[in-house]
Unconditional design. Structure first.
Length: 232
């Protein structure tokens, strides 16, 4: 994936010993030099009829409403959360539609290949274990995923999330930042200092070059048709 004419810097979270979070800047080669980084662990994962959601559940759920006063002071306010290359698709009906570019309001599901070691691979082959994990996102995290196309700032995303989910997502800045960090921990998202501007593909239904996924059967319920105005 090329970087075009821009020389962006990526921002990643660092947890200090004092438990206070700060955000450090790393070189733009951070992602390009890690082509085979796993999105998740391989051991113990499986595909079944009702797979568990990602460990993001509950992060974007709150009980009280908080206005966006002070968003201008948040360390991520002018940064750009952005999806990393991963196979994903939409499924189900529209739950909440903000009528924004590239946002359908439907649920998101990801297909992520397992990363087996040599011995694990032999055992998995003998047991005919699944070669991939399918991760459905809940409504709030699906909305966050669609919004994080590298063209919207964290501040803009928080405004939309607040408008869509109101008191259910309060306090919106803290919970959205926590969800972004959790996706970063799973190598599913980056935070950029500049807009993505097409430097890599983030649209639905494409297997990244460094991954291998089997073809889906005809009985799937996944829709990876790009929206008319979607950023790819």
């Amino acid at each position: 994936m090329g970087c075009g004419d821009l020389s962006p810097r990526l921002v990643c979270p660092v947890v200090c010993c004092s438990r206070m979070r700060r955000w450090n800047v790393v070189p733009s080669s951070f992602y390009a030099t890690r082509p085979n980084h796993p999105h998740i662990g391989a051991v113990g994962d499986s595909i079944h009829a009702h797979p568990p959601r990602m460990d993001l559940d509950g992060i974007l759920i709150g009980e009280t409403m908080e206005e966006l006063a002070g968003i201008e002071n948040h360390p991520l306010v002018n940064q750009y959360p952005c999806r990393t290359p991963v196979w994903w698709a939409r499924t189900g009906d529209v739950h909440k539609d903000p009528a924004l570019r590239g946002v359908s309001g439907r649920r998101i599901v990801m297909r992520i290949p397992k990363q087996f070691g040599r011995i694990e691979g032999k055992i998995a082959s003998l047991l005919r274990a699944p070669k991939e994990v399918r991760r459905p996102l809940d409504g709030m995290n699906s909305m966050l995923w669609e919004l994080a196309d590298g063209s919207r700032t964290f501040g803009e995303i928080c405004q939309v999330m607040n408008e869509m989910f109101r008191e259910s997502i309060a306090p919106v800045m803290q919970r959205t930042a926590a969800a972004v960090q959790q996706m970063m921990n799973n190598n599913l998202m980056l935070v950029l200092e500049e807009p993505l501007m097409g430097r890599w593909f983030i649209g639905p239904g494409r297997t990244p070059e460094h991954q291998v996924l089997d073809d889906l059967g005809d009985d799937h319920a996944y829709d990876w048709t790009p929206l008319a105005d979607e950023t790819l």
